[in-house]
Design a protein around this ligand. Structure first.
Ligand code: 15L
Length: 276
């Protein structure tokens, strides 16, 4: 049985994966926050923004699923340490320890500035919607470098939103169920021909914005479709930010502190002068 390291194991995605992949792999779970591993799994506390920790946890595993990091938009310093330095350390530590295969959950936010009326595939040029999205593009680029230069193998999953059920209109397009993400991660660990692949981490959603042909080519057969939840989700949907609603990344595209050039142009105000 293969030994798989999952970093960021206390997060939502890590928790779903540890449950779904139990029994299939020997799981070494890791995070900087403590957790109690299930029977048959081990836990190693580590902060991957420190190279020594990254080296310690990647030793002796067959593959790494690197979930660890800042998982939403955040301050630059936090993103830099957790997602840029942390990602570099994990890929480099894996290389030094002779671990070839890495599954990297990148994000829909690496391409979040594409509009919702477009269908995009794995070959599209990234359009990150946030500092967080940029950090995911960094991970994709670093993986590409390590694949070409060192012969390592990378399976990049641009994850939509992992949840037992889709939670709003945007997530109807990008939702992935826990069992579907587990299937994709298993393909990423097992597929013999992976050198560098990008796929979308979404279920077989009728409303998807992605052409996920690359995942299907590699054997992905999603079991779920958000459509069965659509009526209920849409019934409860509240009107959102009009700019966010144009873009796949949703609220991540909205600038926090400066005027946003992506915002729809407002009609010019009528002057209050006297009518002629
Ligand atoms: C992500 O990449 C995040 O990790 C997750 O927390 C959600 O925000 C998700 O995207 C999403 O877009 O719903």
């Amino acid at each position: 049985m293969k030994t798989i390291l999952i970093t960021g194991a206390t997060g939502d995605v890590g928790t779903h994966l540890a449950r779904e992949l139990a029994g299939k792999y020997k799981l070494r779970l890791s995070d900087k926050r403590p957790m109690k591993p299930a029977k048959g799994q081990t836990f190693v506390k580590a902060d991957v923004s420190k190279m020594a920790d990254a080296l310690r946890i990647t030793k002796g595993v067959d593959a790494v699923v690197h979930l660890g990091g800042y998982s939403v938009e955040g301050p630059w310093e936090a993103i830099l340490q957790a997602n840029i330095v942390g990602c570099y350390n994990v890929f480099e530590a894996a290389r030094r320890n002779g671990v070839k295969r890495i599954v990297f959950p990148t994000s829909n936010h690496a391409v979040g500035f594409y509009r919702r009326d477009r269908t995009i595939d794995h070959r599209i040029y990234p359009r990150p919607d946030s500092r967080y999205g940029v950090s995911k593009v960094f991970g994709e680029a670093l993986g590409s470098l390590y694949a070409d230069k060192y012969g390592m193998e990378f399976f990049m999953i641009r994850i939509g939103n992992v949840n037992p059920v889709p939670i709003d209109k945007r997530r109807l397009a990008i939702w992935i169920s826990p069992r579907d993400i587990a299937q994709l991660v298993s393909i990423g660990i097992e597929h013999p021909e992976v050198k560098f692949e990008i796929v979308y981490g979404v279920s077989r959603n009728k409303r998807s914005w992605y052409d996920n042909a690359n995942a299907y080519r590699l054997g992905y057969q999603p079991q779920d479709d958000s459509e069965r939840y659509a009526d209920e989700v849409l019934r409860n949907e509240k009107p959102g930010d009009p700019t966010a609603e144009l873009y796949q990344g949703g609220i991540f595209v909205v600038a926090e502190d400066v005027p946003n050039p992506a915002a729809p142009k407002k009609a010019p105000k009528r002057s209050k002068g006297k009518k002629k």
